[in-house]
Design a protein around this ligand. Structure first.
Ligand SMILES: [Zn+2]
Length: 250
């Protein structure tokens, strides 16, 4: 496999040298849409095949005292399926861990290794589990476990050798994009896909608390304005999603 050139655009490089297959691994049903819904919509429009894994079904996070965790999980899985269709991704899959209870243990890593060996994504998009400061535990655990699953486990046949019985072979993706990072070095212009991102977010009806497309547009504009006070924004696209890139094929 040809090495990726770190000086060229990461998505172009992966497309050209590896292929257009991505796997997004997130903790909760709407994490992807908030952090990279525009990027996923853009990649889909460029012909990428995009799979989505959600570690929990978001069975907490409601102010409605009458709803049960199971009802909420069912509702949120439905919303996530609708959002994936809007963004042009494949039907999402849920690992079924309880919300707020993820642990970076061998069980979670084994499940992630299994999916990586099955789906063989050239690009993995997940949380930056190494972000400093305030971060949700499930986000941190998802990011770190995804990293650990990719290296060294998924690419070493001596990790989880029982998966060979399913005909699965070792695999290493070409690159990762880490979302929610405090040290971004890769920015995707989502100007042409902002409305798709907003539509995908609005599919998460149970989480929107009455917000509409207009209020979401304003929320993203305000966040960007706040971020731009602190960084060198002149050369960056005004409507963007930002990541830390990790090249795994050098
Ligand atoms: Zn989350």
């Amino acid at each position: 496999m040809e090495a990726l050139d770190p000086n060229k655009d990461l998505l172009d490089e992966v497309e050209e040298k590896s292929g257009k297959r991505a796997l997004c691994i997130f903790a909760h049903p709407d994490d992807l849409e908030f952090t990279c819904g525009g990027t996923v919509a853009m990649m889909s429009s460029r012909g990428w095949t995009i799979d989505i894994l959600v570690a929990t079904s978001g069975n907490k996070g409601t102010k409605d005292p009458t709803v049960t965790a199971q009802q909420l999980a069912g509702e949120r899985e439905e919303e996530t399926r609708a959002a994936a269709t809007i963004m042009g991704a494949n039907e999402p899959r849920f690992l079924g861990f309880p919300d707020g209870m993820l642990s970076s243990d061998d069980r979670l890593r084994e499940l992630l290794v299994l999916e990586i060996r099955k789906l063989r994504p050239e690009l993995v998009i997940t949380w930056d589990g190494f972000r400093s400061g305030f971060n949700h535990r499930d986000h941190r655990v998802t990011g770190i476990s995804s990293y650990d699953a990719i290296y060294p486990a998924a690419d070493d046949h001596l990790f989880h050798p029982d998966q060979k019985l399913q005909g699965l072979k070792p695999f290493r993706p070409s690159a990762m994009l880490l979302a929610g990072t405090d040290v971004p070095d890769y920015h995707v212009d989502i100007k042409d896909h902002m409305e798709t991102k907003i539509a995908a977010l609005l599919a998460h009806v149970s989480q929107m608390g009455g917000r509409d497309a207009k209020s979401l547009r304003k929320m993203f504009a305000d966040r960007l304005a706040a971020a731009e006070k602190n960084d060198v924004a002149d050369s960056l696209p005004p409507l963007r999603e930002s990541f830390k890139k990790v090249i795994l094929r050098r």
